[in-house]
Design a protein around this ligand. Structure first.
Ligand code: SF4
Length: 120
């Protein structure tokens, strides 16, 4: 579920030396966070640091769970099958906080090139 940013976690992420250098000024929607389903353990750090409420943590969809390896399924079950989704990805401004805050290195920022007229 979404929540307010955790100031201490956000401060730590903001000074992380590997934070992507987009300077938090990308036009909203130009970049989107992509969560690697086989790495995310739903630990909530992305929710805690995102200034724009992009993420929520919830139960992994069955169709995605089915694509995991046996070991990844086991690990997911150990973590309650929780994983992070980005229902408000269009609000992302590519600040990079989630990328460096994620303890599983499960988040990447990807430039989103919508086709003209696409509503995706
Ligand atoms: S990069 Fe985007 S999704 Fe990640 S914390 Fe910054 S605004 Fe939120």
């Amino acid at each position: 579920m979404a929540g307010s940013p955790n100031k201490e976690k956000a401060r730590r992420a903001a000074t992380h030396p590997e934070r992507p250098g987009q300077n938090c000024r990308a036009e909203p929607g130009r970049f989107r966070p992509v969560v690697a389903r086989n790495r995310c353990e739903g630990k909530h750090d992305c929710v805690d640091v995102c200034p724009y409420g992009v993420f929520e943590v919830r139960r992994m969809e069955d169709s995605e769970f089915a694509q995991l390896t046996a070991f990844e399924k086991f690990r997911s079950i150990v973590h309650g099958r929780k994983t992070s989704y980005a229902p408000k990805a269009e609000a992302c401004q590519a600040c990079g906080l989630c990328v460096v805050a994620c303890p599983e290195k499960a988040i990447a920022l990807v430039e989103f090139k919508a086709a003209a007229g696409s509503s995706a």
